[in-house]
Design a protein around this ligand. Structure first.
Ligand SMILES: *Cc1c(COP(=O)(O)O)cnc(C)c1O
Length: 396
């Protein structure tokens, strides 16, 4: 018999949809896929070369559990350069992807009886990871009409003596929303007052649009920094999802605990990937700018295309590579004589009859919305928009 822990665990919805998309394509169907949670760019050549060199130079053995010192130093430089934050080596741990950093972190700081505040819509894995640590997710709704802002007042309403942490993700997946600095300041103050950990997932800090300049909550004063753990990865910034390198920065005792958990599970992240990540962080950064320029063009076409469809709303993302259009006004209408009750049914219609693969917002805790990734070609964005328009027209 399976453990209760495993039996109640849902597989990642986004990975499941990408798999379904691939299966339908293998059947020969022309599917426009908006499920992808990874850049459609190739890893830059200088990074690949660093990995090849690492192999040839014999860096093919165990490394220190929490990562090699040169990579920790490059991560320290990144935080200084981008976020004006000072960390020491013992405040950094390298893991097998950003997801792994978050998993180890939750195992290190949460346990039975703890409550963890998660703003909605959320990245799919936070609630499951909180539960795997034995703790309970507490959801706080944010709204399109309010630019998906989370305020200290909203959090305060959900605080109990059991509250142990607040999970923040900005720019966010699935919305691409960011938190205004004045809100981060007040949230930070509240967390310090109540001695609550701040988990700050800043994996999209460099994938930012318009005049958004990322401010890490950890940079808003020493007391806030002391209760904040930033998680990050090279996965999205450098199109390195397959290499599996993530990292975390925070108080020494938390980082040590995460390293201990890692030492009893995965041991070090892949030695070769660590050298590649080092080249990514220390090498030329022009790749990121080029990718972001391409993303912004697709975002503009996507957002204006979606907004032009009657009944559809769409937040203009400030970062990451997703749009999160709202179909609330259209639910309850009929398609081919059958009522479309919820967004999952509409996503089913889109996939089956219009050959567009999307992720229903309910997977991120938000009914009435869809997540569409624009980490795909402009041609696909335009083709997909036409198909979504047709699908909406077919509702009555
Ligand atoms: C992709 C993603 C991660 C995990 O990234 P990996 O490095 O691939 O594990 C974590 N948080 C958010 C919000 C993401 O979108």
């Amino acid at each position: 018999m399976l453990s209760a822990r495993a039996a109640s665990l849902k597989p990642s919805a986004t990975l499941a949809i990408t798999a379904k998309e691939k299966a339908l394509r293998a059947e020969g169907l022309d599917i426009v896929g908006f499920g992808a949670g990874e850049p459609d760019f190739d890893t830059p050549t200088h990074i690949k070369k660093a990995a090849i060199d690492a192999i040839m130079d014999g860096f093919t053995k165990y490394t220190p559990v929490g990562g090699i010192d040169p990579l920790k130093d490059a991560i320290i430089e990144k935080f200084k350069r981008d976020n004006d934050l000072d960390y020491k080596r013992e405040e950094i741990v390298v893991s097998c992807g950003g997801k792994h950093s978050l998993y180890n972190l939750f195992q290190a700081i949460f346990q039975e009886g703890d409550e963890v505040i998660i703003p909605v819509p959320y990245w799919v894995s936070y609630p499951s990871m909180v539960e795997l640590a034995g703790a309970t997710p507490v959801f706080v709704e944010t709204h399109e009409e309010e630019d998906y802002q989370l305020t200290a007042e909203m959090i305060r309403k959900h605080l109990t003596p059991k509250t142990k942490g607040i999970v923040l993700n900005y720019p966010s997946n699935p919305v691409g929303s960011v938190f205004f600095t004045e809100n981060l300041e007040k949230i930070g103050k509240l967390a310090v007052e109540h001695n609550i950990y701040l988990i700050s997932d800043e994996i999209y800090d460099k994938i930012a649009y318009d005049d958004y300049k990322h401010t890490s909550i950890a940079s808003l004063g020493q007391p806030i920094k002391e209760i904040t753990i930033i998680t990050h990865a090279v996965s999205k910034t450098y199109a390195m999802t397959g290499w599996r390198i993530g990292f975390a920065a925070g108080p020494k005792h938390v980082i040590q605990a995460m390293t201990n958990i890692q030492s009893q599970s995965t041991s070090n992240p892949t030695s070769i990937s660590q050298w590649a990540a080092l080249a990514a962080l220390r090498g030329p950064q022009d790749f990121v700018g080029t990718m972001v320029q391409e993303f912004v063009k697709r975002r503009d076409v996507f957002v204006s295309g979606l907004r032009s469809i009657e009944g559809v709303t769409c937040f203009n993302p400030q970062g990451a590579f997703y749009v999160f259009p709202g179909f609330k006004n259209l639910l309850g209408k009929a398609y081919k004589g059958r009522r479309v009750h919820n967004i999952t049914e509409f996503a089913g219609v889109l996939l089956e009859d219009f050959h567009v693969a999307v992720v229903p917002g309910i997977e991120f805790g938000k009914e009435g919305y869809l997540r569409l990734s624009f980490a795909t070609s402009m041609e696909n964005v335009k083709k997909g928009l036409e198909r979504i328009k047709k699908a909406v027209k077919a509702l009555d």
